[in-house]
Design a binder for this molecule. Sequence first.
Ligand SMILES: Cc1ncc(COP(=O)(O)O)c(C=O)c1O
Length: 431
Amino acid sequence: MAELSKKESAVDAKAYMAAAKEPALAKRMDDIVGTAFDNRILFEKIPDPEVIKFTIGSPAVQAIPHEDIAKIATDLLNNPENWLECLGYGPVEGKRELRESIAKELLAPKGVHVTADDILITVGGIGGLGMTVQACMNAGDVVLVENPTFIQAELIFDLYGIKQVGVDMDENGIIIEDLEAKIKKYNPKMLYTIPTFQNPSGRTLSRERREKIAQLAEQYDMFVLEDDPYRDIRFHGTDITPIKGFDKSGNVILINSFSKTFAPGLRLGYCVAEPRILQKIIDISIATNSHTPMLQQCILAEYFRRGLFANQVKRIADIYRPRCQALMDGIDKYFPEGTKRTTPEGGLFCWVTLPEGMDTEKLLMEARETPECKCAYITGEKSFVYQEGDKHITNCMRLAYGAIDEATIEAGCKRLGAFMTKKYEEMKNNK
Ligand SMILES: Cc1ncc(COP(=O)(O)O)c(C=O)c1O
């Protein structure tokens, strides 16, 4: 090829720069526009202090053990034997002592018998979720999800081009008959489930169904991704063995988070899987984040070592029990006739189904802005996964009770209940 003159190459370079000025973003970014927007709402800070925020999925301020964390961090960073471990690179799979504490204190008592080698420490629960999806799923694969499901998980599935199909639930979680029918129809690669105090519904999958799901995973060669961040926040009833505890095939992958039981900003979670799967997830961690930050891991490991974790989960259950009760009482007392709600035995969320025909999405901004109401909630419509031709479900909402005290919950239910009752009356009169 003839050499370009200086002038020609300058023109060429300019044209190249102009063309390169706005390189196209990945196509997947177009594909997730809707779900990304819905997820931003979850993180939205509502500036008006008068608005009662039933939206907040984070723990109560009092539930974060900040004094213990501050003390432990100071002790570790001031100790010549500890500070370098906190601030240097660490092992990809996570701090061994922390993984041992998780195996011994959090998993074995619940019927999941694994060792530290079966556990990877992740960046929050969402870190484990994202990496597991990357390791197990191809674009075009089908994942079955509970209907409704966690909308941040929907975003991850959308990001990787995975087709989601919803499975019906009742008060005891996933309905097995519907699950099996959909396994046969869609040949899914994975079932994604939040079995305990589900986000958004607050429902819990029964023991029998957990056992059956583990069996189906084996029978149909399907992964089960069990996402269980709320299980340790139980304020009524007795613990139920995780699906992983019934897993004979190794197809069940368990992920969990310390965001609700310790501190969400520390971004700590973990993943439990068979070696053949865990090793691949570890490879993804090497490629994408090297490892979970060490300072946080060292703090949490020390928190376990000092024997503080068991009391922490008891303490936070005591905070949430009366809040949940206040919310359920408030819904029963003030919401329109015909409203249904779930009865959570733990976790942070209650799911409300208003009478047929109501539209929580359409009413949201008015509910937030009307002076006599000023309440915010998460609308239910986007938490459902629809197949072509499905009618959208518009009359549901998620109310979170974790971050607001009982008196505010009662006041909020009164205001929101009156607002929704008025809207319901208007709707009936317009029919
Ligand atoms: C079901 C579920 N999975 C995962 C997460 C994410 O947890 P983390 O904040 O630890 O990433 C949440 C948080 O709300 C959740 O509800």
